[in-house]
Design a protein around this ligand. Structure first.
Ligand SMILES: [Zn+2]
Length: 148
């Protein structure tokens, strides 16, 4: 599954290598209201400069339902590039209040988020995976992960 070759990817045309900065990774909703607050939260918590952001409409439901296999493979591909290419050792799967893509209640969506965090962990056993919930006030709650 993991096709990404970091040495090839890090080579510039002139044969040099780019300086690896710190990256973390989020799998977030397409919803524009929830990306900046999550990325700022993760950047501060993980002390990294860059957040690789993979977006889907309601990603926790897509991953939990396991029906859109092409979409899920695409998410895996992008996670692979982030983890193995950018050396990210942190992934959060994010859900939020008032998600247009998930019509069930918040508790059901939170179950999707936790379930999908387990699935992502199984894809990347060596990476720390957190499950995050964005409240109506754009505050971030951890459904899974180290308490602060
Ligand atoms: Zn959403």
């Amino acid at each position: 599954m993991f096709v990404f070759d970091i040495l090839e990817a890090n080579k510039f045309k002139d044969g040099g290598y780019y300086m690896v900065k710190a990256f973390a990774t989020t799998v977030n909703c397409i919803d524009g209201r929830v990306q900046r607050c999550v990325n700022e939260f993760v950047s501060k918590q993980e002390n990294v400069e860059y957040i690789d952001t993979i977006t889907l409409a309601g990603p926790s439901k897509v991953i939990s339902d396991n029906e859109l296999l092409g979409v899920i493979d695409n998410v895996k591909f992008r996670l692979d590039v982030s983890v193995n290419g950018h050396q990210s050792n942190y992934i959060s799967i994010v859900g939020h209040y008032d998600c247009t893509a998930i019509l069930e209640d918040d508790e059901t969506q939170k179950a999707y988020i936790l379930n999908s965090s387990n699935i992502i962990q199984s894809w990347f056993p060596d990476v720390r995976v957190e499950a995050l919930w964005v409240t109506e006030e754009f505050e971030i709650e951890k459904l899974r992960g180290e308490k602060q």
